[in-house]
Design a protein around this ligand. Structure first.
Ligand SMILES: Nc1ncnc2c1ncn2[C@@H]1O[C@H](COP(=O)(O)OP(=O)(O)OP(=O)(O)O)[C@@H](O)[C@H]1O
Ligand SMILES: [Mg+2]
Length: 388
């Protein structure tokens, strides 16, 4: 799918702005603080139902204005008509979401209509931050391609919260029955095994994609590794993305939870399960978090995001829009060139499928030489978008 146009009113510093985009590569360029990231934030809002900067909705409203409005027209692969989504966020009162003018009842109803993958410099925490950052990346990506995954995630989170309450009760002197412990151990093991099954398969797909990007970017000098590490789950967990009807064996986690209750009561929380899992990221065999340079970290996260788009295409049948905020700073010429070649080479996928990339940059000349002829440039200045 690809974005045809966007329109903003009082969306952060965008008092009144519109922009049209083409399939292929689009560059939004301009000086600092002109509104480039705000434009991407608006586009991504329709994919995630919230700001990627974690902003509250009222913070999106332009200072002094009563409401913020963003409108997005996009075209799905194989469709001849655009879909139009609008979001009106008032300072006071409820937000209004519409699809082709008709009200949507909730954000949940909007999710899944428009799909996008976003890279922002904030995502570098996927490498530099703790396991929760890496699990979040998997959760966001998998929730978009599997309803079953999202359902398991929700059930697991609920059981975990209830079990933690049980543990707190036990540490305050109460003694929950064996049945109670069993119910939670079995439930968490059942959903936890499914979550781990999905994540493990996803990480192996991602690892293959990241490996390809790195081979191209560095001429094979840097070899990345991604490995899903699950604390307690048995090895036989199946590839659920491929076949969700398979059963996942959670007996190892169940046993762990039943046997280590005393330690958990002492700790006051559940110590084992998929909420503790991690993705180990390496470059040439050494831990990326500790040893990777800034450019390497950026390359790693960027490759993961581009891989995410490929997997979404593979599983979901359509390329999401790829939004790259300030992606090329810190990447050397060789890496930039390869990424752009890889992205534009796949511009036209199977059956002439349009693939779209929207990049922000401080300079217009991020795109090397001849490549630039096929790029759509938009200049962003003081919250206005102009064609050049
Ligand atoms: N609610 C708001 N009302 C008005 N202006 C806002 C609001 N929120 C943010 N801004 C302003 O929007 C401006 C542009 O922000 P944005 O992040 O889009 O810049 P940018 O073009 O991406 O710059 P950079 O190249 O530095 O990343 C900032 O100066 C910021 O102060
Ligand atoms: Mg920015």
């Amino acid at each position: 799918m690809y974005v045809r146009s966007v329109h903003y009113q009082n969306w952060r510093n965008l008092a009144e702005a519109s922009a049209a985009f083409s399939p292929g590569i689009n560059v939004l360029w301009g000086m600092n603080a002109q509104g480039k990231s705000n434009i991407l934030e608006g586009i991504y809002y329709f994919a995630r139902g919230r700001s990627f900067r974690g902003a509250r909705e009222r913070e999106l409203v332009r200072f002094g204005a009563e409401f913020a409005h963003a409108g997005l027209s996009f075209r799905r692969t194989g469709f001849e008509e655009d879909t139009r989504l609008d979001a009106v966020l008032p300072l006071a009162g409820k937000k209004r979401l519409t699809k082709n003018g008709a009200p949507l009842s909730s954000t949940a109803e909007m999710l899944g209509l428009f799909r996008a993958v976003l890279f922002t410099p904030g995502n570098l925490s996927v490498v530099t931050g703790g396991p929760a950052e890496r699990r979040a990346l998997l959760d966001i990506a998998l929730s978009q391609i599997s309803g079953d995954y999202l359902a398991c995630l929700r059930r697991y989170a609920k059981l975990l919260a209830e079990r933690n309450a049980l543990i707190r009760r036990a540490s305050e002197g109460d003694s929950p029955s064996r049945e109670e412990w069993t119910v939670y151990a079995e439930g968490m093991a059942e959903y936890g095994a499914r979550i781990a099954g999905y994540r493990r398969e996803y990480v192996s797909l991602l690892s293959a994609a990241v490996g390809r990007y790195f081979a191209g970017m560095t001429g094979g000098r840097e070899v990345p590794g991604l490995e899903y590490r699950s604390h307690a789950l048995s090895d036989g967990v199946p590839a659920l993305l491929t076949d969700p009807s398979q059963a996942a064996d959670g007996s190892a986690l169940c046993q762990k939870l039943m046997e280590n209750r005393e330690r958990e009561i002492a700790a006051g929380t559940t110590l084992w399960g998929t909420h503790k899992d991690d993705v180990i990221l390496t470059l040439n065999g050494t831990d990326a978090r500790t040893f990777a340079s800034q450019g390497q970290q950026r390359s790693l996260v960027l490759s993961m995001k581009l891989g995410e788009a490929e997997i979404a295409r593979q599983i979901g049948g359509e390329y999401p829009v790829i939004l790259l905020d300030d992606v090329f700073s810190e990447l050397d010429e060789e890496r930039r060139r390869y990424i752009l070649d890889a992205l534009s080479g796949e511009e036209q996928g199977e059956g002439g499928e349009a693939r779209q990339i929207i990049i922000t940059s401080c300079e217009p000349d991020v795109i090397p030489g001849a490549r630039a002829e096929h790029v759509t440039f938009r200049r962003v200045s003081s919250g206005q978008v102009t064609e050049n």
